[in-house]
Ligand binder design. Structure first.
Ligand code: AMP
Length: 622
């Protein structure tokens, strides 16, 4: 039976629903579909007036610039601001997804914009002027741009998508990606791994009879990933991943710049204004050498030259690093090179001939490079989308969960453990802790639905994990596990890992829910996405603010005598300001007050800590 959808904009009937595939990349993003006539995957191209060459390109730079009125400008149009207003131009937002400030501490200098330092484990925010943006917000802007582009080209509303993420993305990073989609007004049917998408582009995994082991080598502008996948009966399993999150084509450019500087040994080459021009020239040389033997160019009358041999010498140490990662990935997968049936190349930097040669020599198996390496992931996402749309009749869909399943956390938020559309059987687990000292029990409330606040979702069950031994807040480790068996029955269990106290319950999630109910819940999750995500951000900001007030109070009780009068007064004032902000509906204000209190307490907290360490060392023989 053919599906019929109504185009809300035109009121016309559509035969088939288009579900787009999106590659949300660190440097570039793109959107692809299965062409309704040719049935082939294609990346959507649009001339937006911003690309340097003036060509149509499917690549949308993953950049967001915020103008002084806080309007977001995305993609090529944001590019010029990378240089002119770096503190307002966000690049590499993907690197921030699901990360806390602590995760990024040592990478601070990499980002030219301000990442809020609250010194905690809570998720990062980027500060631009008086506004704070979460990585979800930032990726949301990029996805919105891709949605608009697709709608513009297809002349029809686009509401459903499959988005790709790196194979090593954890639960939180995947959930953040889903939220970003929702924020952009997209129903994210599934999140799939980038290497899986790339393999699908080559048709691997589409034939149910075929079992294969695949190495996906992905060298982009700034990151390198190697993933080893096994496909059995159409099911993809990631056996191992390895790589370097700060290695890619940019490093090749940098190596060329250093070489030229060394060659020139002239003062002009070290001139600060010259660096950017040299870098751009280096990239041009690199691209040129992908199909030529020699590059010659000039900057302001200074001659520059690079031969293919010289270039190969420069990049071989970088490639050696990637090969070390490949060796490590094989080892983790407990495989040898001979076990690899196919190698798939992904990422613009695999256009470098020496990369292809090095990878081919190492694995000694067939290297698949016929699909455009910039598009291969998005095209695979489009293939997966088409399968989910039911357009590809040859492929059976597996049983899936119709709605997300999760539990209630602080502030009445829904914490999803098993996302919608997950394959059945399925299991997931996450750790939680207590908020109060000596808390003896924890209530586990299980919900089903797509909204951010549990009050808007459907409650399935509730139980108490009791008899937790007395411990300070934050000490107990309660692991909540969800298990859906092949019959769709969900078992929820909770276990305090330090003491072993345990409790479990069984529920039937779909009970009493019709298809119409499910549809309605899905639709509501999209129409309320903006408000929901804003509410979540406010609740999270409040929880963070309350937590900070508590820890500061505790710190003062213990250490007040070591603080100066001035420190005590400024701390009290900052605490009061935060207290007041917590009563208001403004997350940006709360973040600002959290930041201010942190700025005041950081110096003396460090000082007290140092003294404590020094005290503890005293009298100890070293
Ligand atoms: P990606 O992150 O996958 O978009 O890859 C971008 C990287 O690929 C950048 O470092 C580009 O300089 C590089 N790149 C693109 N085209 C070529 C080419 N023809 N030869 C060499 N490198 C390229």
């Amino acid at each position: 039976m053919a599906k019929i959808a109504i185009n809300i904009a035109t009121g016309s009937l559509q035969q088939e629903e288009i579900i787009v595939g999106i590659d949300l990349g660190t440097t570039n993003s793109l959107v692809a579909i299965i062409h309704p006539e040719t049935k082939q995957p294609v990346a959507l191209k649009e001339y937006d007036g911003g690309s340097a060459s003036g060509d149509e390109s499917p690549l949308v730079p993953s950049l967001v610039y915020f103008d002084p009125a806080s309007n977001a400008v995305v993609g090529n149009r944001a590019k010029p601001f990378l240089l002119s207003e770096p503190e307002r131009t966000i690049f590499s937002a993907k690197r921030l997804m699901g990360k806390s400030y602590n995760d990024l501490k040592n990478k601070g200098s990499f980002f030219s914009y301000k990442i809020m330092d609250d010194g905690t484990e809570s998720l990062v925010k980027v500060q631009v002027g008086e506004k704070f943006y979460s990585p979800v917000d930032l990726s949301g802007y990029i996805l919105k741009e891709l949605k608009t582009r697709a709608e513009h080209i297809l002349k029809t509303p686009v509401t459903k998508t499959v988005i790709t993420v790196p194979a090593y993305f954890n639960d939180a990073q995947r959930q953040a990606t889903r939220d970003a989609g929702r924020l952009a007004g997209l129903d994210v049917l599934r999140i799939i791994n980038e290497p899986t998408a790339a393999s699908l582009s080559y048709g691997f995994g589409l034939n149910k009879e075929e079992n294969k082991t695949i190495a996906v080598y992905d060298l982009g502008g700034g990151t390198f990933d190697i993933s080893i996948l096994r496909i059995t009966a159409g099911i993809f399993e990631v056996l191992s991943t390895n790589g370097d999150t700060y290695l890619g084509g940019d490093d090749m450019d940098q190596a060329i710049v250093s070489y030229w500087k060394e060659q020139a040994a002239a003062p002009w080459a070290n001139d600060a204004a010259m660096q950017q021009a040299l870098r751009l020239k280096a990239e041009e040389a690199k691209r040129h050498l992908s199909s030529n033997e020699l590059f010659t160019g000039e900057i302001n009358g200074h001659q520059l030259e690079l031969s293919l041999d010289q270039f190969n010498n420069l990049v071989s140490p970088l490639l050696e690093k990637t090969i070390n990662s490949c060796t490590a990935a094989l080892k983790d997968a407990e495989l040898t090179k001979a076990d690899i049936d196919e190698v798939v190349l992904v990422g613009g930097s695999t256009r470098v001939p020496l990369v292809k040669k090095t990878v081919g020599d190492f694995f000694g198996s067939h290297v698949n490079d016929s699909v455009n390496p910039d598009e291969v992931v998005a095209l695979g996402a489009a293939i997966q989308a088409d399968i989910l749309a039911g357009n590809n009749k040859d492929l059976l869909l597996l049983d899936i969960t119709p709605l997300s399943l999760g539990i209630e956390t602080a502030g009445g938020l829904m914490d999803v453990l098993i996302p919608r559309n997950a394959k059945i059987p399925q299991k997931a687990a996450r750790q939680y802790t207590t908020q109060i000292d000596g808390q003896p029990g924890m209530r586990i409330s299980v919900f089903q639905g797509e909204r951010d606040l549990v009050k808007d979702n459907r409650k399935l069950a509730e139980f108490n994990l009791s008899n937790i031994p007395g411990m300070p807040a934050g000490m107990p480790k309660v692991e909540v596990s969800f298990l859906i068996n092949a019959d769709g029955i969900l078992t929820v269990s909770a276990k305090e890992l330090r003491s072993g106290v345990e409790q479990a319950i069984e529920v039937k999630p779909q009970y009493g829910l019709s298809d119409t109910d499910v549809e309605k819940m899905l639709l509501e999750s999209i129409t309320h996405a903006k408000d929901d995500i804003a509410t979540r951000a406010l609740v999270e900001a409040r929880t963070e603010g309350e937590q900070l007030l508590k820890t500061t109070e505790r710190f003062l009780q213990k250490n007040a005598t070591q603080l100066s009068q001035e420190e005590l007064l400024s701390t009290a004032a900052a605490m009061q300001a935060l207290q007041l902000a917590l009563t208001m509906e403004d997350k940006d204000l709360i973040h600002k007050k959290v930041e201010e209190l942190n700025d005041i307490s950081r110096p003396y907290a460090e000082r007290v800590m140092d003294q404590a360490v020094a005290g503890a060392m005293k009298g100890k023989a070293i």
